[in-house]
Write a protein that binds this ligand. Sequence first.
Ligand SMILES: [Zn+2]
Length: 92
Amino acid sequence: MIWGPQRVPYNPGSDWGNLMGLFSRKGSKAQVIDLRERAPRPVFEFGLPTPCPECGGHGYLDGIDVKRAIMFQHCPACFAKWETAESDLSVT
Ligand SMILES: [Zn+2]
């Protein structure tokens, strides 16, 4: 016997409709995940220099007191000096 095209039932709107629905749902879901992964995190990390409180320039990390969890920094632009405690970084 010859398998002709008439043996395959073709119902446009049923199978193809379901496939299109699945694809569109998958696409929108992936976009939401992308946005969450690329969310900005403006939180300062202990051990990294913080901006200068005087002029807003990049701070230079002079040293860290590990016992008290304090960073000693100065500003190369305006020569200001300041200390930043780890507890200060978590509070915004
Ligand atoms: Zn400065």
